[in-house]
Write a protein that binds this ligand. Structure first.
Ligand code: NAD
Length: 298
């Protein structure tokens, strides 16, 4: 069992930390939001007063933060964690960030003799709670083997995509496809509803037909179709629209200069931007259905 510092206990980090505790690991945790720390303490973690405190004597450091700027600010610079993490510790960054940022932080860690892997995840908050996440890893193979038992306490599938940053590229490919699929699923259900179809029956039909997907079966965007989906609890507690918009912006950045064309990804990026601009940025990304849905339809 390892002494783990866990930084970032949000919608994903909170349940991931809880699964590590259930597997018997010792956790020191930090988040800027005190309530998130309290929830982890209730699950058996020890609270740290800062990220710096959390990493003291840690064998493994895990971060699960919103975006590149948070990860760079956490690790780099004179006040950054890389200067404080004990020699020989392994760093696992599970945040979804820019490939360039992932490479930069991994490079700085290597200069200090620390191993770091980028290990963004897929599976959503339900997967984080159930311990069935997919880890999409970039970095040294030996570092991944060190991380494997820890990742297995939080997830079911582990893919090694290549060197530092490769996990982030693969994660963006997945999320670009997810963003497009969620948007078109909402568009299709809204079309059916505009014709008086019952969105629940329509979704049940789609879920066993050729358009079946995670968006129809697990995170259906229409309120009331799936009891446990964010749509049925006011679009709270899932994967934020602003986070999906961040990932689609990263996909556009990743495509630039490579010759890859991403017309559907670009269209989806604009749809999620419209949804954020309408005041829905903090809601689950399935709220993108609001772009298509006539407000009187429920
Ligand atoms: P979130 O906003 O719910 O949680 C992020 C947490 O980080 C917050 O609790 C915040 O207070 C904390 N934080 C920010 N800066 C910090 C700092 N300097 N020190 C300590 N804590 C800090 O986000 P989330 O949904 O948990 O997502 C986290 C990452 O995982 C993102 O990169 C996201 O793109 C990715 N992701 C999310 C989902 C999902 O379904 N929510 C799925 C896959 C991947």
């Amino acid at each position: 069992m390892s002494r783990i510092a866990f930084i970032g206990l949000g919608n994903m980090g909170g349940p991931m930390a809880a699964n590590l505790l259930k597997s018997g690991h010792e956790l020191r945790v930090f988040d800027l939001v005190p309530a998130a720390v309290e929830a982890a303490v209730a699950a058996g973690a020890r609270a740290a007063g800062s990220a710096m405190d959390a990493v003291e004597a840690a064998e493994v450091v895990i971060s699960m933060l919103p975006a590149s700027r948070h990860v760079e600010a956490l690790y780099l610079g004179t006040d950054g964690l890389l200067a404080a993490i004990p020699a020989g510790a392994l760093i696992i960054d599970c945040s979804t960030i820019a490939t360039a940022s992932a490479k930069k932080v991994a490079g700085a860690a290597a200069e200090r003799g620390l191993q770091l892997i980028d290990a963004p995840v897929s599976g959503g908050t339900a997967g984080a709670a159930a311990g069935t996440l997919t880890f999409i890893v970039g970095g040294d193979g030996a570092a991944l083997e060190r991380a494997r038992p820890i990742l297995q306490a939080m997830g079911k599938n582990i893919f090694h995509m290549g060197d530092a940053g490769a996990g982030q590229v693969a994660k963006l490919c997945n999320n670009m496809a997810l963003g497009v699929i969620m948007a078109v699923t909402g568009e299709a259900i809204a079309l059916g509803a505009a014709h008086g179809l019952d969105p629940k029956v329509l979704s049940q039909m789609m879920a066993v037909s050729t358009s079946r997907s995670w968006a129809t079966e697990v995170c259906n965007p229409w309120p009331g179709v799936l009891e446990n989906a964010p749509a049925s609890r006011g679009y709270t507690g899932g994967f934020g629209n602003d986070l999906m918009l961040k990932d689609l912006n990263l996909a556009a950045e990743a495509a630039a200069g490579t010759g890859a064309t991403i017309p559907l990804g670009e269209l989806a990026r604009n749809l999620y931007a419209l949804n954020s601009n309408a005041g829905n940025g903090a809601l689950d990304f399935s709220s993108v259905v609001k772009v298509f849905k006539r407000p009187e339809l429920t």
